[in-house]
Write a protein of this length. Structure first.
Length: 314
DNA sequence: CTCCAGTTTT
DNA sequence: AAAACGGGAG
């Protein structure tokens, strides 16, 4: 019973779309260093965590340096937290860096330094949610599993339903659609990055990232434009804002937290702490500053020293 | 000002 | 279900 979405009659283009997308993928996919079987499963996981809310183009140099320095989970597990936070640099959401190291510690100690190969075990790892667990199952292990992220939601909704996907969490209907159109894998294709479900997930996501973008999709350059319900219907609601207003950044705690962390990352060689005086120069509102220092401490991103100086954790 | 290969906490 | 969490690019 697949009644979660009432659109089964609508979905009949899938084979043709899959063929066109696969061709486009092989001709136009970005040559990211963790693609095409060049990275270990752990390397794929690292790339996915770094890409949570951060554009791929910004991730590439960080990933290269990171994997050279900490090639596997055990290496990262043994690193100093301060080094992990510093290496994370300006990727944003630095708690991801800490969770990635926690993840590495679990993989190293509970799984013998080899990434577990089931969705449920991956999902249980720190910092790994539904998207990343699915992505690793598909991209690293070649398993047939529906991957649902913001790009895939947008592309599938446009191509097959002709409407913009709504903001917020993925709906049951969107998940059902993703499962419904996921290609079967033929038995003969054994190389994991050649499996049709894997190419499907990667190419749909890639299309959403570089062609079928949120605000101004490049329909002229789209390999499935002739089969896209959204384009056929005149792209109804394109550019219409469906997400709730995002929190502004200027003046928020996130900005202040970023300033404190940035000061700690950029300390001269040999210095490990920022003193209270310097902290107070970073932000005029000392109430907010103290709130942010406290929250950074709670997150394990800094340690508070005597005299209210701060440092990165060991 | 919006958007971005999301996850966790409330 | 909503808020918190960075920072850069278009």
């Amino acid at each position: 019973m697949n009644d979660t979405n009432g659109n089964n009659a609508e979905i009949e283009n899938v084979e043709a779309v899959a063929v066109a997308l696969a061709e486009w993928w092989h001709a136009s996919a970005r040559d990211l260093p963790w693609r095409f079987g060049r990275a270990t499963p752990w390397g794929v996981l690292v790339s996915e965590v770094m890409s949570q809310q951060t554009q791929m183009s910004r991730v590439v140099p960080y990933w290269n340096d990171w994997m050279e320095r900490w090639p596997d989970a055990a290496a990262l597990a043994g690193a100093a937290k301060s080094d992990v936070i510093t290496a994370w640099g300006r990727l944003g959401y630095p708690r991801r860096a800490l969770r990635l190291q926690e993840c590495a510690r679990v993989v190293a100690s509970d799984y013998g330094n080899e990434l577990p190969q089931t969705y449920d075990e991956l999902l249980a790892l720190p910092g790994i949610g539904d998207y990343t667990a699915s992505a690793v199952m598909s991209f690293a292990f070649g398993e047939r599993i529906a991957v649902v992220d913001t790009n895939i939601r947008r592309v599938l909704s446009r191509v097959f339903l002709g409407v913009e996907s709504l903001g917020g969490a993925a709906s049951p209907a969107e998940r059902a659609l993703a499962k419904q159109v996921l290609p079967q894998d033929s038995v003969s294709k054994c190389r994991r990055f050649d499996r049709s479900s894997v190419v499907w997930n990667q190419s749909v996501m890639e299309l959403g990232a570089i062609v079928c973008t949120a605000k101004s999709p490049l329909c002229e350059a789209c390999p499935v434009s002739s089969r896209c319900v959204f384009l056929r219907d005149g792209r109804p609601g394109l550019g219409e804002r469906r997400t709730r207003p995002r929190q502004r950044f200027q003046g928020t705690d996130r900005q202040v937290r970023g300033l404190v962390l940035n000061a700690l990352r950029n300390l001269p060689e040999g210095e490990i702490a920022v003193d209270r005086k310097s902290l107070e120069r970073l932000w005029d509102d000392h109430i907010q500053l103290d709130r942010c220092i406290a929250s950074l401490d709670e997150d394990g991103l800094i340690e508070i020293l005597p005299h209210a100086d701060v440092r990165l954790p060991v």
